[in-house]
Design a protein around this ligand. Structure first.
Ligand code: OAD
Length: 233
């Protein structure tokens, strides 16, 4: 049986990573277009770098929670293909899977990029990056390049979409965890999975705006709802 799991900020919330969409529509006091668009970066690289520097530093203070660990346990025992697509730029899934190595057939994709990576603005090459990035951070990858966060901003194309769409077209079960479904293309994955004939399940604190698109909903905090649901598989 082939499985695709999509996760969003809700899976990391109980680890202490803030979610994106507070009711005031601000991200940590910033307008989305100021800190999460190529135009925002061009206008004020220092503001944008500081925003992500802070989030990168916060990773040292958080740990995977029971939801990340339950997914890692499932990945270790799952017999079919298992694609875990996360919209999160934290490394909490990565850490959980490093502790519990997955079976063959498992893959993790960070479709919106990763805080712990930097990208050269000139060559497009990506490298590990654990410290702060300066506004005009020189790129070790190209003499004329600068480094920017390896984050997919609004207006940019999410990563590894072909591979994700292929997996959705062949999946038997699609589970969406802790995502508001407000951002495409991830919000459209449930449709692709349904078209493939998959069973579709939403796990969230509360029903999302797109809840009716799913066959089933499991509602509660991810650290409880995710292990409980995955145990039934
Ligand atoms: P949102 O902040 O939009 O939504 C978080 C979801 O998690 C909401 O539906 C909450 O109900 C749910 N939630 C919160 N706490 C939870 C908990 N303890 N257990 C279960 N669910 C919980 O975050 P995303 O949907 O991830 O993109 O946002 C998608 C994308 O929007 C992000 O990846 C980001 C942003 O634009 C980029 O940065 C490119």
């Amino acid at each position: 049986m082939n499985l695709v799991v999509l996760t969003g900020a809700g899976v990391s919330a109980e680890s202490g990573v803030p979610t994106f969409r507070a009711s005031d529509g601000l991200w940590c006091g910033h307008r989305i277009e100021d800190v999460a668009t190529p135009e925002g970066y061009a206008a004020d690289p220092a503001l944008v770098q500081d925003f992500y520097n802070l989030r990168r530093r916060q990773l040292a203070e958080v740990r995977p929670n029971a939801a990340h660990r339950a997914l890692a346990d499932l990945a270790a025992r799952w017999a079919g293909d298992f694609l875990l697509v996360t919209q999160n730029v934290d490394d909490l899934h990565d850490r959980a899977h490093a502790e519990t190595p997955p079976a063959e057939g498992f893959e993790l994709i960070h479709m919106h990029g990763e805080l712990l990576k930097g990208r050269c603005t000139r060559s497009g090459a990506v490298m590990d990056w654990t410290g702060d990035m300066a506004a005009d951070q020189a790129s070790p990858l190209h003499p004329q390049g600068r480094m920017r966060p390896h984050i997919v901003w609004f207006g940019e194309t999410p990563l590894q979409m072909e591979q994700i769409e292929r997996a959705l077209a062949h999946c038997d079960l699609f589970v969406s965890i802790g995502t508001s479904g407000a951002v495409y293309p991830a919000a459209g994955f449930v449709d692709l999975a349904r078209r493939a004939g998959a069973r579709t399940v939403e796990i969230n604190l509360e029903p999302t705006a797109g809840a009716r698109l799913f066959d089933e909903g499991v509602y509660g905090p991810a650290t409880q709802a995710v292990p409980a649901f995955l145990d039934t598989l």
